[in-house]
Ligand binder design. Structure first.
Ligand code: NDP
Length: 282
């Protein structure tokens, strides 16, 4: 059986560090605060909002929730973001996406100051990830993969890292974060030829596809580390990843579970970024 890389363990260790960091900030007169902006009443947004708020509060981070009706106007939302940008007591902001179609999502995202952009949604944060400069922050899920590697002391330098999925929030930023750590990165997508062979040649394989249990024993080889970013909810309510755990487990060296994998780390990374943003104000 492979070593199981548990996201829950990573999040626990990270939270212990963050509690100390929050206390240190408070001792220096800074009460860290994160703001969650939600438009509409999507059940998964509300669930994530509640989970994130609970994590923040446990760490001593104040939470401000701002919710708007699904028919909120562009002007009203921009006005609210401007107020939050100008509020020195709010350090980090998450805007739930996707926004309703009548809104200009790009304009709204980019209205946020990059220094408060703790989930890497502004174009300036993207430039920071691209150039490896601390302008804003990387998207939390991509950063969660890096936290997992760090926790388990998995050095990617010189290794072949294969990322399946090229979305702006996971695959693309993750491939850049790995490149900055000197991995040799191959970024795959739905048009990649010979995907199985490409995956088999990886030292570290990341699956961020959104296809339940697609990566099975045909895609992996012995000695590999396999990190499953996928979160898929099946018709019967079962949650599973993009990797077929039972099929690859007898072959690979290290493997993340779903649930209790990468997804367990994301809100803690958000909290980490809020504390970092609060620290940058000192
Ligand atoms: P997207 O749908 O935005 O992107 C999926 C990517 O997978 C695309 O680049 C697509 O290629 C590629 N792809 C789809 N089918 C195939 C295939 N058959 N072979 C190779 N590549 C394929 O998804 P996200 O990036 O938003 O999410 C990916 C997964 O990660 C999902 O399961 C999602 O639930 C999960 N997720 C988990 C989070 C967490 O906290 N752990 C947070 C966010 C997402 P192409 O570009 O060519 O279409």
């Amino acid at each position: 059986m492979p070593e199981i890389l548990k996201g829950t363990e990573v999040a626990k260790a990270l939270r212990a560090e963050l509690e100390v960091e929050a206390q240190t900030l408070k001792a220096r007169g800074v009460q860290p605060c994160g703001c969650l902006i939600r438009v509409g009443e999507r059940a998964d947004d509300i669930q994530y909002e509640n989970g994130a708020a609970a994590t923040f509060e446990k760490l001593g981070i104040r939470v401000e929730k701002r919710s708007f009706a699904s028919d909120v106007s562009q002007d009203e939302l921009i006005f609210a973001i401007d107020k939050i940008n100008a509020d020195p007591l709010i350090h980090g902001v998450l805007i739930f996406q996707p926004l309703p179609n009548h809104l200009d999502a790009r304009a709204i995202r980019n209205r946020l100051l990059p220094c408060k952009d703790v989930d890497g949604m502004t174009d300036l944060s993207t430039i920071g990830v691209y150039r490896n400069e601390p302008i804003g922050y990387a998207p939390c899920t991509a950063q969660a993969c890096i936290e997992l590697l760090d926790h388990y002391k998995i050095d990617v330098a010189g290794k072949n890292a294969v990322v399946i999925g090229r979305s702006n929030i996971v695959g693309k930023p993750l491939s850049l974060l790995l490149l900055h750590r000197n991995a040799t990165v191959t970024l795959c997508h739905s048009k990649t030829r010979n995907l199985r062979e490409v995956c088999k040649a990886a030292d570290i394989l990341f699956a961020a596809i959104g296809r339940a249990r697609m990566i099975d024993s045909d895609y992996v080889s012995s000695g590999q580390t396999v990190i499953d970013v996928g979160i898929n909810v099946l018709k019967d309510g079962t949650v599973c990843g993009d990797v077929n755990f039972d099929s690859v487990a007898p072959i690979v060296a290290r493997l993340t579970p779903v649930p209790r994998g990468v997804g367990s780390i994301t809100t803690t990374v958000l909290a980490k970024n809020i504390l970092s943003a609060a620290g940058r104000t000192l």
